[in-house]
Design a protein around this ligand. Structure first.
Ligand code: NCD
Length: 308
């Protein structure tokens, strides 16, 4: 693997499979253990540098680093010298001067992790940059699909909703294509990005038409905080055309699964009856996120040579 994980588009099939296989090995090594911890990154320091709000991604990275015995610093822009105007570069150099080996960064600006990677010596992991990418989310989604359905090759994945603002959708499109899945995007035309025609996907506008042939339905959050205009007539109208409710779930093949990266707008893009159903992998995705992020940190920080 390269020194950084900046985008899923960078990962070839071997890299991506190595992450998924390593996560599976870590999971089975820890299964049934009372102490869920490996000594691999003892003495290493991982900094979580979060400029945007996060619940699961930040906690998941923190837990992943701690389960590998690394020291973890959680930095959120709120309450730091960022509010005094300190730049991303100065903040990163300060953290590195204090001995960080890896920086896990979430930032509202697309491309911020790439800039950071040019300034620091250690590894940079993109934990979500603007509307660009969120590679570890795509890796944990791929891991979850493989765990539930046994493979990724030839699996039909329908990604539904606010693709325009979704870094989760972008990362999934690239990773799933690399791993041989067939992706269909279903969204209102206003919530599809310019240039989607060059992505390795099919595009549709009729959710009911694609559900009967889907193996996986991945629902996206409607990202109201990134919307500076009105992209659809009303929440009700959105939900009626693009929401996954109990009736639509009934149209899925028997073993199809329903995914959502969280946080959910229950009742908007996904009905509670679907989110809480046996088909839903939402809770599994969160659990798998820790194993996958452990694998990423282990592979980037050269855990193998650091372990005794
Ligand atoms: C996503 C994110 O922040 O990009 N959440 C996550 O990391 N699980 C998706 C979202 O906010 O809708």
């Amino acid at each position: 693997m390269k020194r950084h994980l900046l985008e899923a588009a960078d990962l070839d099939r071997d890299d991506a499979t190595l992450v998924l296989d390593t996560a599976a090995q870590i999971e089975s090594a820890l299964a049934g253990r009372e102490v869920k911890k490996l000594p691999t990154l003892r003495g290493r320091t991982v900094v979580n540098l979060f400029y945007e709000d996060s619940t699961r991604t930040r906690i998941s990275f923190e837990l992943a680093a701690k389960r590998l015995s690394a020291d973890v610093i959680n930095f959120s822009a709120k309450g730091s010298s960022v509010s005094k105007g300190e730049s991303l570069k100065d903040t990163a150099l300060t953290l590195e001067a204090m001995g960080s080996d890896a920086i896990v960064v979430r930032h509202g600006a697309s491309g911020a992790p790439h800039r950071l990677a040019q300034w620091v010596q250690g590894s940079v992991v993109n934990a979500g940059d603007g509307t660009h990418e969120h590679p570890t989310q795509a890796l944990l989604d791929a891991y979850t699909i493989r765990q539930r359905l046994g493979r990724l090759d030839g699996i039909r994945v329908v990604v539904v909703g606010d693709v325009l603002h979704s870094r989760v959708a972008r990362s999934n499109v690239w990773l799933l294509a690399t791993l041989g899945a067939e992706v269909t995007l279903v969204a209102p035309p206003t919530l599809l990005p310019v240039g989607v025609g060059s992505w390795p996907v099919q595009v549709g506008y009729d959710l009911d038409a694609v559900l009967p042939k889907a193996d996986v339905v991945m629902m996206l959050r409607v990202q109201a905080e990134r919307m500076n205009a009105s992209f659809f007539p009303s929440a009700r109208e959105y939900s009626r055309r693009y929401g996954l409710d109990g009736r639509r779930m009934g149209a899925l093949p028997d073993d199809a699964i329903v995914m959502h990266p969280g946080p959910m707008n229950r009742g908007m893009e996904i009905a509670a009856v679907v989110a809480d159903s046996a088909r839903s992998t939402i809770v599994d995705q969160v659990g798998n996120g820790v194993s996958v992020r452990m694998a990423v940190l282990y592979l980037l920080l050269g855990g193998a040579s650091a372990s005794e």
